[in-house]
Design a protein around this ligand. Structure first.
Ligand SMILES: NC(=O)c1ccc[n+]([C@@H]2O[C@H](COP(=O)([O-])OP(=O)(O)OC[C@H]3O[C@@H](n4cnc5c(N)ncnc54)[C@H](OP(=O)(O)O)[C@@H]3O)[C@@H](O)[C@H]2O)c1
Length: 313
């Protein structure tokens, strides 16, 4: 029948620049509110769980969502009781908290609180990553992703239903996607790419945050809960290589392109993981066709939007 009482932890990032600056939880919250605009009976309440210091900061934005049935509850992530009080009565918990401090320790407190409610049936850990346990990836994981695997074991032992959402790399600049610089009469388009080695032909799969959010909102409200029960679902929109990305920027801008490669010692943790091929998810494994009316943006759309933005900046 679809979950009617939903908790989202970590949905307080505010502001948007064409959708890029929202975090995962905020984007899911807005996607769920949009579904409710179309169908008022699609869910009853959303509880946004937020650290106490964040509640005040985002109060204006949250007030706008109150008429839809969105309620913000502050909680102390060090306290299972405090978290339990915040999510009591909900049926599904979407953990979207981020960062090394949050996973797995604080995320596990949220999991324990979910079990303690007696009302929560399903837990979605804060994954939104590559296929953590694909045999091809397991030996290559860095510490952050090893902690996500550790958290999976806790989730599976909790007795709750679970769903893991695999997204590959987020398609948003600036990240693994090139940072574009406006050309001048004397300078071509400059793109900054994180990492020149290993081979820039390594494939990366990914999706934009607003599109992940649309898929997750559909999953949560899907009348067939069993489809995603105890399953790893893979919502992706495109695959590309850095070489292909350079070509695409050249094509979209119609300008000469100069690449400012970042050396390995200066590359981000995520770029290093992507360069090993970890963010690639074979197309045959994507679940995006479950919701064929969601038309996610592809790399070309993102490059075109970013190109327009740098030109008008
Ligand atoms: N695939 C990719 O390329 C990619 C890229 C980025 C992120 N991700 C993943 O997506 C998930 C969400 O990340 P995000 O970047 O979207 O999130 P984010 O916007 O950086 O943060 C999400 C929320 O986490 C909460 N939070 C932050 N630090 C916390 C802490 N120490 N304790 C408790 N809560 C804390 C905050 O909520 P409150 O202030 O309201 O409490 C914050 O709004 C993570 O699992 C991350 O690894 C994936």
């Amino acid at each position: 029948m679809g979950f009617k009482r939903i908790a989202i932890a970590g949905a307080s990032s505010v502001g948007t620049q064409g959708g890029w600056s929202w975090g995962t939880g905020t984007a899911i919250l807005h996607a769920l509110v949009d579904l409710k605009r179309q169908d008022p009976s699609i869910w009853d309440t959303i509880v946004v769980v937020s650290r106490l210091e964040s509640v005040q900061r985002s109060s204006t934005e949250f007030a706008l969502l109150a008429p839809f049935g969105v309620e913000v509850r502050g909680a102390d992530y060090q306290s299972v009781e405090s978290l339990q009080k915040a999510i009591q009565g909900t049926e599904i918990v979407l953990s979207c908290i981020a960062g090394p401090a949050a996973i797995p320790t604080l995320a596990s407190n949220l999991l324990r609180a979910s079990v303690a409610t007696g009302t929560v049936r399903r837990f979605l850990p804060s994954e939104y990553s590559f296929d953590l346990e694909a045999p091809r990836n397991a030996p290559l994981l860095g510490d952050y992703h090893k902690r996500k695997v550790e958290h999976r074991r806790d989730v599976e032992k909790s007795g709750l239903e679970w769903t893991y959402v695999v997204t590959g790399s987020y398609l948003r600049p600036p990240s693994y996607i090139a940072t574009l610089t406006t050309p001048t009469p004397t300078r071509p388009v400059l793109i900054r790419l994180d990492l020149s080695t290993p081979p820039p032909s390594t494939l990366v799969s990914g999706i934009t945050v607003p599109d992940v959010a649309l898929y997750v909102a559909r999953l949560v409200t899907d009348p067939d809960e069993s489809w995603s029960r105890n399953k790893c679902v893979r919502f992706l929109a495109d695959e590309w290589s850095q070489t292909g990305e350079v070509e695409l920027v050249r094509e979209v801008s119609g300008k000469p392109v100069e690449v400012d490669w970042v050396e390995e010692k200066n590359a981000s943790y995520f770029a290093l993981q992507a360069a090993k091929g970890l963010y690639w998810v074979p197309k045959s494994e994507w679940d995006s066709s479950r919701y064929p009316d969601v038309k996610p943006r592809r790399l070309r759309d993102v490059v075109e939007e970013e190109w327009k933005r740098v030109q008008s900046a």
